[in-house]
Design a protein around this ligand. Structure first.
Ligand SMILES: N[C@@H](CCC(=O)N[C@@H](CSS)C(=O)NCC(=O)O)C(=O)O
Length: 295
């Protein structure tokens, strides 16, 4: 197992900050240490309802049995068209990889926001079908992966990047991936919140190290502090929604607009049945979805 280090910098670095990396510069590919360019900024719309960046290709994909959203992002202005998938599901890996191939993208990362309990991740299958793609998850998740990310890391794909924010509470290892806060990055920003923040809801907190207090603090400190026009893209939706904004959730989220004590009571009284696939999904997802069938 490889433990690659992403570009680790403080979350709120000044524009034009150099990326610092843990390897000596002469061993790194040229792109690994770079000064972010502002000259390619454009307000043109490209293939996406949600972004004014002319570089970003963005697709929201749905898996109906678990009501899971998978997200495809790519930098199509880069010669390699590097791409990543967030929260792929095993059942829809072929659909997703066909799309990647049809669009001429080079998949570099298959990432999870956390160890899912309701479906098996597609990351292991993707690695076997698309050699070169690396699986990514937070170190705090306790799962196997090629690359472990930590809060404050930047995940580069071409000239674009995602920033990692720790949003524990649904599980102890949950993270939110947010597009970069720089002039040549998509505007408005986009937050891939996993199960921490759902549209007009949030992830349950009754297993996998869940904590309603921690979830409340995560969402308020790491998501609700983003610009109000930041687009919210969750890992699930059970009500027919597909996107929201930080501003909308601050005002209308029926759980997270309450104070902490009321929020804790709401979460204690959800009385949701355990996910049907939990006993299969959790152990499988701790090994990228590739559990030994005999174990
Ligand atoms: N019925 C589904 C599981 C539904 C569920 O529990 N969803 C989770 C996220 S997946 S672990 C959740 O946090 N829901 C919050 C809510 O308010 O619904 C199944 O059996 O798979």
């Amino acid at each position: 197992m490889q433990s690659l280090r992403f570009l680790r910098i403080p979350l709120f670095s000044p524009p034009n900050a150099l990326f610092f990396v843990s390897q000596p510069p002469h061993l790194l590919p040229v792109k690994s240490i770079s000064r972010i360019s502002t000259k390619n900024f454009s307000s043109q719309m490209e293939l996406s309802l949600s972004s004014s960046s002319s570089k970003l290709l963005f697709r929201q994909l749905f898996e109906k049995d678990s009501s899971t959203y998978t997200y495809l992002l790519a930098d199509v202005s880069h010669p390699d068209k590097p791409a990543l998938l967030i929260d792929p599901v095993d059942k829809t890996v072929d659909r997703d990889l066909n799309l990647v191939r049809e669009l001429g993208l080079k998949l570099v990362y298959a990432m999870n926001t956390h160890v899912h309990a309701d479906h098996v991740t597609g990351t292991g299958l993707i690695k076997s079908k698309f050699p070169g793609a690396k699986s990514v998850i937070s170190r705090a998740s306790g799962s196997k992966a090629d690359v472990f990310i930590e809060p404050g890391d930047r995940i580069p794909f071409g000239d674009l990047f995602l920033e990692v924010r720790a949003t524990p509470g649904h599980t102890s290892g949950c993270v939110t991936y947010v597009t970069g806060d720089e002039p040549d990055q998509p505007h408005p920003r986009m937050a891939f919140t996993g199960d921490a923040l759902l549209i007009r809801g949030c992830g349950r907190t009754d297993f996998q190290g869940g904590s309603s207090k921690q979830l409340y603090e995560s969402v308020h400190s790491q998501i609700f502090t983003l610009p109000k026009d930041t687009l919210i893209y969750p890992a699930h939706d059970y009500k027919g929604f597909n996107v929201s904004t930080v501003g909308e959730e601050i005002v209308y989220n029926p759980r997270l607009t309450k104070d902490l004590e009321e929020f804790k009571k709401i979460m204690e009284n959800l009385n949701l049945p355990y996910p049907k696939m939990m006993d299969i999904a959790v152990p499988a997802n701790l090994v990228c979805g590739l559990q030994d069938p005999t174990s």
